[in-house]
Design a protein around this ligand. Structure first.
Ligand code: 1GP
Length: 248
């Protein structure tokens, strides 16, 4: 089954949990353990990527991750130098909140021939960068102004535009290490207006907040930083249980 079909199936049942692994931050020796820890404690999938590549560990780490787990391994590219065959799918992000053509279509054009070459499942994703209370790597690297955090109508308009353009997912991201995650009100407003699944990430630091965001309408909750700082199996399980408790 294609990763996207699995995601649709999950989204119809209950909220789901994705762990984000930044390949630059992982020692090759620890990568396998970390990926398995996430799977064994309830993660529904792994996102692999980051805003910038600071070393050459991406492909070797991705390969290890892919060989270590059965849950979907999905490339989450900050830049499209992250295309690789060692994954089940790739989120083909277009930064719909940006007005920088490189982020809207330029990077995707660069990536497309390689995606075709590898036969990689590509999931067109409307990527929305939301104001986070601090400056995040993704805002800086994409040279885009984030969407103001109280402007729910603007968020809805961007998400709808993504859906009408034929994108398959909405990713609402306050950016890694965000001070504030996207508000419940904004998530609910987007949820009420679009039919495609919503991924929510950036600044989720406790299982309780993760559950709250899932209740507000996010179908997939992503955590990155919090596990990088503390890769505790108990914490991963608490996140997974809190998110899975939200039924559709
Ligand atoms: C960022 O959604 C991810 O793109 C995860 O953010 O590292 O803040 O959990 P955190």
């Amino acid at each position: 089954m294609k990763v996207y079909d699995k995601m649709l199936k999950l989204a119809n049942k209950r909220a789901s949990y994705f762990c984000l692994l930044d390949p630059d931050e992982l020692d090759v020796e620890k990568t396998q353990d970390f990926a398995r820890l996430c799977e064994d404690n309830g993660a529904d999938g792994l996102l692999v990527g980051g805003s910038i590549m600071v070393n050459n560990k991406f492909e070797s780490n991705l390969k290890i991750i892919k060989e270590s787990v059965d849950i979907p391994v999905i490339i989450f590219p900050g830049i499209f130098d992250f295309v690789s065959p060692y994954a089940d799918a790739l989120l083909l992000l277009s930064v719909v909140t940006s007005r920088n053509p490189q982020m809207l279509i330029g990077e995707q054009v660069r990536a497309a021939p390689l995606i075709k070459h590898y036969g990689l499942e590509s999931i067109g994703t409307a990527y929305m960068i939301i104001e986070s209370g601090n400056s995040t790597s993704v805002q800086f690297m994409s040279s885009s102004l984030p969407l103001p955090r109280m402007k729910n109508d603007l968020a809805v308009a961007h998400a709808l535009a993504g859906q009408y353009l034929g994108m398959k997912l909405i990713y609402m991201d306050a950016g890694s290490g965000a001070k504030y995650a996207a508000t419940d009100e904004m998530i609910t407003a987007v949820r009420k207006n679009v039919d495609i699944p919503i991924i929510l990430g950036g600044g989720i630091t406790t299982p309780e907040v993760a559950r709250q965001k899932a209740k507000a309408g996010a179908d997939f909750i992503v955590t990155g930083n919090v596990l990088e700082k503390n890769p505790d199996p108990k914490l991963i399980k608490e996140f997974a249980d809190a998110i899975h408790s939200v039924n559709r």
